[in-house]
Design a protein around this ligand. Structure first.
Ligand SMILES: [Zn+2]
Length: 113
């Protein structure tokens, strides 16, 4: 088992960004309805509104199970993915031998006319 954490943004962290930094973010940030913010001024006001509601953390996308608007994602236990395994040299030789046999068989077939 391992633990994953979903991303969130820090409202205070964003409010501490300069206008030019927030301006660069405008194209990738949307209002809850999916609309884009018209200006840095509107974005900054929306962040202040979130703080006024007591929200310190905002989810990136839909909030996950147990998302806390003060601390963010609580973390989730997940099954550890199986480690990658590369084929052995013997496996590769077997595949190459099959390919060679298939090509020989194909080569002996009479061409369709
Ligand atoms: Zn989460």
């Amino acid at each position: 088992m391992s633990k994953i954490l979903h991303c969130h943004i820090s409202v205070r962290g964003f409010l501490g960004a300069s206008d030019s930094e927030l301006g660069r973010m405008l194209s990738s940030v949307m209002k809850p309805g999916g609309e884009r913010f018209a200006s840095v001024h509107e974005f900054r006001h929306a962040l202040m509104d979130e703080l006024a509601k007591g929200r310190e953390a905002l989810p990136v996308g839909e909030p996950c199970d147990g998302f806390d608007f003060k601390t963010g994602c609580p973390g989730h236990q997940v099954e550890r993915p199986a480690p990658l395994s590369l084929p052995s040299a013997q496996d590769l030789d077997a595949v190459a031998a099959e390919d060679t046999a298939r090509q020989r068989t194909a080569g002996t077939e009479a061409p369709a006319v």
